[in-house]
Design a protein around this ligand. Sequence first.
Ligand SMILES: [Zn+2]
Ligand SMILES: [Zn+2]
Length: 293
Amino acid sequence: MNTKAYGAHAADRPLEPLAIERREPGPRDVEIAIAYCGICHSDLHTVRGEWAGTRFPCVPGHEIVGQVTAVGSEVTRYREGDTVGVGCLVDSCRRCSACDEGLEQYCENGLVATYNSATDDPPGHTLGGYSQSIVVGQDFVLKVTHPKEQLAAVAPLLCAGITTYSPLRHWKVGPGKKVGIVGIGGLGHMGIKIAHALGAHTVGFTTSEAKRADAAALGADEVVVSRNKQEMKAHANSFDFILNTVAASHDLDAYTQLLKRDGTMTVNDAYERMLKSDVKYRFVIDGASYAST
Ligand SMILES: [Zn+2]
Ligand SMILES: [Zn+2]
């Protein structure tokens, strides 16, 4: 099946409209018309060849939300018309110990990422969500229950959301815990919302006075401008957990001093961050835009 996409033919070429081929749905496959796809910093690194091993043509995108348009004969979990999501992986070996435990992201034989992984489908590597449609095995498709008008905001949950939710949950953030979120960008804005929703006393850290009001609006109980030494000092030895989402190199000591004894700081994949600090807070591609390509 021919489908329209945005991709690049080489690291030094811009994204441009491309025609790509999707496989016909197999017995366990779900075919999805993509309504929105979030733009993750990893997409940019890959498409620009900043990480080794980019396969071209490259169609990035792993924050995918859309509607099911067809299902294979053995698909039981989804039917046509369902709203669904696809995140960072679309397959794994399904037989190693990690896969057995439902931790396919740690597949010992190499997971199949949503884009830039080897596959039998044309052109020999996976092509991501900057496209009108995608075909994915039902085991790697997620049910989405949000109404249609919220789907653009749901897309970033598929990568930025899970990237921040995962450590917050792992470290049991919740009521009675004081939690810091450092950086208020694509990841940090999600971190504040999730930490707040989990019931923690949530403190946002930003270098920018301009983001103070934004952080509060996202749910931060307090906001600290990290350049202000007095403000920083007022929080010394008080945090149970700090989620540091800042990619640019910065002084981690300034934050470890804010942790309680036995407190934890998690520094996220530094690359999961948008290049432009003025993005508020995540771009998504609207599937309707392909009509004009
Ligand atoms: Zn991502
Ligand atoms: Zn595996």
